[in-house]
Design a protein around this ligand. Structure first.
Ligand SMILES: [Zn+2]
Length: 235
């Protein structure tokens, strides 16, 4: 992965998305002095079957802030789109372009925008729509004429994004060694306590087991080292 950047904005559809794979890489970056910030499109309020959305949203927000803190991330923002029905469209692109202008990242991290996961399972519309809107909003953020109302709010165009790193992609091109940060990544995912409890006996409920499984999937392509994989797009 390129290291010629100092600030990253990680954009995910739901609390827990960044913890399922990317957090190990993020822990290494923040330990090296890089500035990484989180932007969540929703509060994940539709993510726990046994907890109604109004009760779930503040719980998941708190879990996301705790999970971010475990990997050195202190800036966590929420856009308040509705969980489960995120729409790809101009309002989402505008919200994301505004955030990119405000935070001025050189690296943008997001999740899998493809139809399927690496194993072939069907992806969800929230992830697809978020990832695609993020990629589009990087260009929107740099064009003063696409959302002129943002400039009127003091958000000037930002053309500084060099890369977008897509976690969980079936077309990974790059990887980051997480052999030294896996424990922090596990702690970050375990901070999503209510979410993990809600998963019952699903394999994704075991934070360490699932993150080791993901890191081991990439290892054969990365010199045998446990790694977080990304599809890297140069902007
Ligand atoms: Zn998700």
């Amino acid at each position: 992965m390129p290291e010629d950047w100092t600030r990253a904005l990680a954009v995910a559809a739901h609390p827990d998305d960044l913890e399922y794979g990317a957090a190990g890489a993020i822990a290494g970056w923040t330990a090296a002095g890089k500035d990484v910030r989180y932007l969540l499109v929703t509060r994940g309020e539709a993510g726990i079957d046994g907890i109604p959305p109004a009760e779930c949203a503040p719980l998941r927000e708190a879990e996301q802030r705790a999970g971010a803190a475990e990997v050195g991330v202190s800036v966590v923002e929420f856009l308040d789109h509705r969980d489960g029905v995120i729409e790809y469209g101009v309002p989402l692109r505008r919200d994301l372009a505004a955030a990119i202008r405000r935070h001025q990242p050189e690296l943008v991290i997001t999740g899998n925008y493809h139809d399927s996961w690496p194993g072939g399972g069907w992806n969800t519309p929230d992830h697809r729509h978020t990832g695609r809107a993020v990629l589009d909003a990087v260009a929107d953020a740099g064009n003063r004429w696409i959302f002129p109302e943002l400039a009127e709010l003091g958000l000037q165009p930002w053309n500084g994004v060099k890369y977008v790193a897509v976690g969980g992609s079936p077309h990974a091109t790059h990887a980051v060694d997480v052999s030294g940060t896996l424990d922090r990544a596990v702690a970050s995912l375990e901070a999503h306590r209510a979410y993990l409890e809600g998963l019952g006996d699903h394999p994704m409920a075991s934070a360490r087991g699932f993150l080791e499984f993901l890191a081991d999937l990439t290892a054969p392509r990365f010199g045998g080292r446990r790694a977080a994989a990304f599809e890297l797009l140069r902007m």
